[in-house]
Write a protein that binds this ligand. Structure first.
Ligand SMILES: *Cc1c(COP(=O)(O)O)cnc(C)c1O
Length: 252
């Protein structure tokens, strides 16, 4: 393995940050429900492989990445039993790279069209790869600049169409695991009320579970709002900066 570990000081910092977040996740999961398990995905985008290896050695397996090229590089040099979550904006022409290059891709959480479902499935089939879990990304705040299926009449039809493809015989290389949202900044800073984005996502999940007899998960909650998300029913939180520290700006 060519990846080196960082300084001992950095290793200790990463492990203690991770443990702190994990404790908060577990505490809130207990408070919010009768111990329903909540997954913690460590979002490592723009952070070095040495940081990831530190947490891997500590037992962590689920890591989230946002950029296809960066994920490809990291997946190549890091242990093959890491379970990668792709959580970045997904361009149609990048589905092929993800499906073909990342053998240990656990999940793609940012599916937002039927076309991308088909591309991902077909290219995974070409390499006869392991099944990829997918989450449909929902634009729960209907913001135009945000990606994801909208919760309009038209958006709902697209969601149903994608779900039906994912559940069909034709789609053997993808497993529909859940729905995902990135809450709007406003919703996560208005501490008073329930977060409407999280509520919208849970309502959609319930509707799909009912309509298609499924048990979908919800991926919602990041560093600044994961406890609220768990309170409102999240099954998987994606935490980056509270574990790894502030990120450098992305260039290029
Ligand atoms: C970066 C990112 C995260 C982690 O954000 P933090 O605020 O650093 O915890 C979670 N989800 C998505 C989709 C992201 O892009």
């Amino acid at each position: 393995m060519s990846v080196q570990l960082p300084s001992l000081v950095r290793q200790k910092e990463l492990i203690s940050n991770y443990e702190l977040i994990l404790t908060r996740v577990k505490d809130m999961a207990v408070k919010a429900s009768s111990g329903r398990p909540v997954d913690l995905v460590a979002v490592s985008k723009l952070k070095p492989s040495s940081d990831i290896l530190t947490l891997y050695n500590h037992g962590v397996r689920h890591f989230g990445e946002n950029y296809v090229q960066e994920l490809t590089t990291k997946a190549k040099e890091l242990p093959k039993d890491i379970q990668w979550h792709f959580i970045g904006g997904l361009q149609t022409d990048k589905c092929k790279l993800l499906a073909k290059n990342i053998e240990n891709l656990y999940a793609v959480e940012t599916i937002d069209s039927l076309k991308k479902c088909k591309k991902l499935n077909n290219h995974r089939q070409e390499v006869n790869g392991a099944v990829i879990n997918v989450y449909l990304q929902i634009n729960t705040s209907n913001e135009d600049q945000k990606s994801g299926y909208k919760l309009t009449e038209e958006g709902k039809q697209q969601i149903f169409e994608s779900v039906e493809f994912l559940l069909s015989e034709e789609c053997k290389f993808l497993n529909l695991e859940g729905v995902m949202t990135i809450g709007s900044f406003l919703e996560s800073t208005e501490a008073e009320a329930e977060n409407q984005d999280f509520k919208n996502l849970v309502n959609l999940k319930d509707e799909l579970n009912e309509k298609y007899k499924l048990q979908l998960k919800t991926s919602m909650g990041m560093s600044n709002d994961f406890e609220d998300a768990i309170k409102q029913g999240s099954s998987s939180v994606r935490v980056g900066s509270s574990i790894f520290g502030a990120r450098p700006p992305k260039n290029g």
